[in-house]
Design a protein around this ligand. Structure first.
Ligand code: SF4
Length: 124
């Protein structure tokens, strides 16, 4: 998936990314970007809508503001046990299998069965 960003949004995203897990205060981001709070808020909202960042309300110097941080990826937890059990690694047809071939990952019953069993395990 590709998300298009304006140059200013990209710059803001990079600053937020470099701020790490603790994130960065909105006002600090505006200062670094050299934009006013109105323009800065618009940039943050666009990054929020695109699902790239999240914000947390905080009080700083007695004022309510937001801390901005990259959105945590909540995908599948990949570990070596999961990868090792992919049937392709031990499949005798591995060298004959591929896109456009009779044997391919899209129609393979062995691979489909394995994927479905992993999905079922995660739902339990
Ligand atoms: S997709 Fe199926 S046939 Fe192809 S290598 Fe994997 S397990 Fe073997």
């Amino acid at each position: 998936m590709s998300i298009s960003l304006t140059p200013l949004e990209r710059k803001a995203y990079e600053i937020i990314r470099k701020s790490g897990k603790n994130g960065i205060l909105q006002s600090e981001l505006w200062r670094i970007l050299g934009v006013d709070s109105r323009e800065g808020s618009r940039i943050a909202l666009r990054l929020l809508k695109k699902g790239l960042i999240e914000r947390e309300p905080v009080v700083h110097n007695g004022k309510r503001t937001y801390r901005l941080m990259l959105k945590e990826e909540k995908g599948i937890d990949i570990n070596i046990d999961l990868v090792i059990n992919i049937p392709c690694f031990t499949c005798s047809q591995y060298l004959r299998c591929g896109e456009g071939s009779y044997l391919n990952p899209v129609t393979c019953p062995k691979l489909t069965k394995w994927i479905l069993s992993e999905v079922r395990k995660r739902k339990q």
